[in-house]
Design a protein. Structure first.
Length: 303
């Protein structure tokens, strides 16, 4: 797709000349005849570069760039000012308001293309940086083995869901899940097989939680499920479904088929409580394992 340039100038002649040069160079050109049109079009079409006249009706170039830079959707679009003014004060003001560069009118063809291409390169670098930043953010919240959310993501989700539960008065249950006898799997079949078991368990769990639930790897062989709008009785049903889906068939690994079970401990906040739900769920998980594993133990958190 051709890069796009929004050309905002109240002079039809200037627009026609600049448009011809830009289109010949392969740019897709959008036009606006005043500042208000320029801002509206920029928000609607999100061009790669804005060429902006300073002296325009309705809204001048200074007001336009302020409007563009104050809107997160358009703040990253580089603005090259077109101006007949030559004073240093005018140029400094334009750059301080967020302009990337400026051109004196009428612009020379070579200079016009050089400045627009430089601005376009800035935009491309910004977009690459934002994409990389978003990718790193996802990686920082994702467990590398299972692809589920990691402990950091779970802790942030729990804070968010707990605040929502307290504010709106809905129940929230925390389930802590542990793969039974996982150390035995690692010791007898090797850590690579242990990893295959964890991936398979994660996939089964992820396919069985509800859309609003949050599932992630808490650490080691432990997983955490956050169940909003779920009291203890309903959480028992969810927990039983998760327990059943893990044990319904052996996990196929490179070594052999491995029968896997999980134990689950849960804590349900059905009203205002300051109790550490993770700690309470952990205590219930310990109780489930002490009772023989492949079991569920869920309690209601005290007020």
């Amino acid at each position: 797709m051709s890069p796009s340039v929004l050309l905002a100038d109240d002079s039809a002649t200037v627009r026609a000349l600049a448009r011809m040069e830009l289109e010949t160079a392969g740019f897709h050109v959008l036009e606006a005849g005043d500042g208000e049109q320029a801002v509206a079009l920029a928000r609607e079409r999100l061009p790669d570069v804005v060429l902006l006249d300073i002296e325009m009706p309705v809204m001048d170039g200074y007001a336009c760039v302020q409007a563009l830079k104050s809107d997160p959707a358009t703040a990253g679009i580089p603005v090259v000012f077109l101006t007949g003014r030559v004073s240093a004060d005018d140029v400094v003001r334009a750059l301080r308001l967020g302009g990337h560069d400026y051109l004196r009118k009428p612009p020379e063809s070579a200079e016009l293309l050089a400045r627009v291409n430089a601005a376009l390169r800035v935009k491309q670098l910004q977009d690459e940086l934002l994409a990389r930043s978003a990718e790193l953010d996802v990686m920082s919240r994702t467990d590398f083995l299972t692809g589920l959310g990691n402990r950091r993501e779970l802790e942030q989700s729990l804070r968010r869901l707990r605040a929502g539960a307290q504010r709106h008065g809905y129940p929230l249950t925390v389930l802590l899940l542990d793969v039974d006898h996982f150390k035995r799997i690692n010791d007898t079949l090797g850590h690579a097989v242990g990893d295959q078991v964890l991936v398979a368990v994660a996939q089964r769990l992820a396919a069985s939680v509800r859309q609003d639930d949050v599932l992630g790897r808490w650490g080691g062989e432990e997983f955490l499920a956050l169940l909003p709008h779920t009291p203890a009785a309903a959480a028992e049903v969810v927990a039983e479904r998760l327990r059943a889906v893990v044990r319904e068939s052996p996990v196929t690994t490179d070594a052999e088929d491995v029968q896997v079970t999980i134990s689950l401990g849960g804590a349900a906040a059905e009203g205002p409580t300051d109790v550490d739900l993770i700690a309470l769920a952990d205590a219930q998980l310990y109780a489930a394992k002490a009772a023989g594993r492949d079991r569920i133990s869920i309690v209601v958190a005290p007020a």
